[in-house]
Write a protein that binds this ligand. Structure first.
Ligand code: SG4
Ligand code: ZN
Length: 255
C-alpha cells in the first residue's frame, strides 16, 4: 500500500519523498531526487510546441468524481479524443483541476489550472499532459467547460478510497461542451518541456504542454470548486533550465 499524501504539514510536498508505509521503502523518493520535476515557471526559455494539434471534444459524455485530491473528469468513450502532441498520437484519459495553478507563467500564478492527461496510443505508459490556466473574471459566464461541470459539483461524492489505475465506479455522467478550449489551443501558444507527475510518485518521462492563454473562471464557479477541492497545488521553485531547487531543499542541501 502507498502512504497517503497531502498539500500541507508533515505529509505535504516538501516531505513527499520521505513518506513510507512500511518504514523501509520510499515510493515517492523521486519527488526529491528527480531532475526533471514539474511544475515549473513557464518563461520564453521554454520552447514552443511543435507538431501539436489538440482536438478537445466539442461535446461528449464524461463522468465526474472527487478522488480525494482533485475533481477528475473521465470520458466514457476511452478512445474518443485524440491529439497530436509533439508529432505523436495521444488519447485523452482524464482531466482534473488544481487550485491554485501549479505552473507559473512568467512568474505569475493563476487561481486554477486544468490538466488534460493523455496516454500515447501505442504505449499506454507514456504520458503527456496539456495544462491550461484560468483567470478569475467578474463578468460573463466563464468557460463553457466549467459551465458544464458546475451543475454536477453539488452531487459529487468522494469515493471511499481512490487507487490510481484501478477501475472505479464513476459518479454522475454528463454532457460537456468545450468550444472555447478548442478555439484557443494552437501551436503558437503552447510551450512544451519534459517533466513529471505533479503528485506522488512524481514519476518523470511526462511530456508537458502548457497553454499560455488562460480560460475564464467566474467568482461563483471558483468558490464552488474551492469548497470541494481545497488547496492542491505543488508549488515549486523550479525553473526551466536550472536543476529543481525544491528537490535540493527537500534533501536538506542548499545548492
Ligand atoms: C491528480 O491527483 C489526478 O487526480 C490524478 O489522476 C493524476 O494522476 C495526478 O493528479 C497527477 O497528474 O497531471 N498533475 S498531473 O501530473 O494522471 C495521473 C488520477 O489518478 C497518473 C486518475
Ligand atoms: Zn494535475
Amino acid at each position: 500500500t502507498l502512504p497517503p499524501y497531502t498539500y500541507s504539514g508533515e505529509t505535504g510536498p516538501l516531505l513527499w519523498h520521505s513518506l513510507t508505509a512500511d518504514g523501509k521503502s520510499f515510493p515517492y523518493e523521486k519527488c526529491a531526487t528527480g531532475k526533471q520535476q514539474s511544475p515549473i515557471d513557464i518563461t520564453d526559455e521554454v520552447p514552443l510546441a511543435v507538431n501539436t494539434t489538440t482536438t478537445f471534444p466539442f461535446s461528449g459524455e464524461f463522468s465526474i468524481e472527487d478522488d480525494g485530491h482533485s475533481i477528475v473528469v473521465t470520458p466514457l468513450k476511452p478512445d474518443g479524443y485524440k491529439s497530436i502532441l509533439g508529432g505523436e498520437v495521444y488519447k485523452l484519459s482524464q482531466f482534473h483541476f488544481h487550485l491554485s495553478s501549479e505552473h507559473r507563467l512568467r512568474h505569475e500564478s493563476f487561481p486554477l489550472e486544468v490538466h488534460f492527461v493523455h496516454t500515447k496510443l501505442d504505449d499506454e505508459n507514456k504520458l503527456a499532459v496539456v495544462g491550461i490556466f484560468f483567470d478569475l473574471v467578474d463578468t460573463g459566464s466563464g468557460d463553457a467547460l466549467l459551465q458544464s461541470i458546475y451543475p454536477k459539483l453539488d452531487g459529487l461524492q468522494k469515493p471511499k478510497h481512490s487507487r490510481r489505475g484501478e477501475q472505479e465506479k464513476h459518479g454522475d455522467s454528463f454532457e460537456v461542451q468545450m468550444h472555447s478550449i478548442n478555439n484557443i489551443v494552437d501551436n503558437s501558444h503552447i510551450r512544451s518541456y519534459p517533466g513529471s507527475l505533479t503528485t506522488p510518485p512524481c514519476s518523470e518521462g511526462v511530456s508537458w504542454y502548457v497553454v499560455e492563454e488562460p480560460l475564464a473562471v467566474t467568482v461563483k464557479q471558483f468558490n464552488k470548486m474551492k469548497k470541494i477541492m481545497k488547496f492542491n497545488s505543488r508549488i515549486t521553485q523550479n525553473d526551466y533550465s536550472s536543476p529543481p531547487k525544491e528537490n535540493l531543499l527537500a534533501l536538506g542541501k542548499t545548492s
